[in-house]
Design a protein around this ligand. Structure first.
Ligand code: S3P
Length: 165
């Protein structure tokens, strides 16, 4: 069994993924962590040195590898399904679940998050909301292809997710 959690930055993929993996007795892999370990560089370092294009290539490669892992829940990076044929790869190799947080909850979570995300670094509240509005509507074209869509406007519990998968 292979489950891919997809969705925007800050939609809770890692948190939900860890809980889901535990409940279903599967391993958990965070794709960003995997990319960092495989390349011996942090995500911000990859963006700084290789640009977003360089990061997307490493992300595509990581996905191709992870698509062969067994019994695993994979939290993908927020942009992963939206580049190359990545969404096709995800759909062909496992069950895909879109955690569809509202822009409001995404903005709240991102403001509180300590994870450094190059795409939103240095943005003030208004710039962040504008950025989310712009990119989320484009990314929805890929996200909405998921097998399961879980829409929420509150902090979602693992049980809630499991019941809806
Ligand atoms: C990105 C999301 C991040 C990370 C990178 C780019 C994106 O992952 O892959 O900073 O393009 O949305 P999270 O969704 O885990 O924050």
């Amino acid at each position: 069994m292979r489950i891919f959690l997809i969705g925007y930055m800050g939609s809770g993929k890692s948190m939900v993924g860890k809980g889901l993996a535990k409940k279903l007795n599967l391993s958990f892999i965070d794709m960003d962590d995997y990319i960092e370990e495989r390349n011996f560089k942090s995500i911000p370092q990859i963006f700084a040195e290789d640009g977003e294009d360089g990061f997307r290539k490493l992300e595509q490669k990581a996905l191709a590898e992870l698509a062969n892992f067994e019994d695993v829940v994979i939290a993908t990076g927020g942009g992963a399904p939206c580049f190359f044929n990545n969404m096709e790869v995800i759909k062909n190799s496992g069950r895909s679940v879109y955690l569809k947080g509202s822009p409001r909850i995404i903005a709240e979570r991102l403001k509180q998050s300590k994870v450094e995300r190059p795409l939103i670094k240095g943005k003030n509240d208004e710039q962040l909301v504008n950025f989310i509005d712009e990119t989320l509507s484009k990314r929805e074209n890929w996200y909405k292809q998921a097998d399961v869509i879980i829409e929420f406007d509150h902090d979602i519990s693992i049980d809630e997710v499991i019941n809806r998968i």
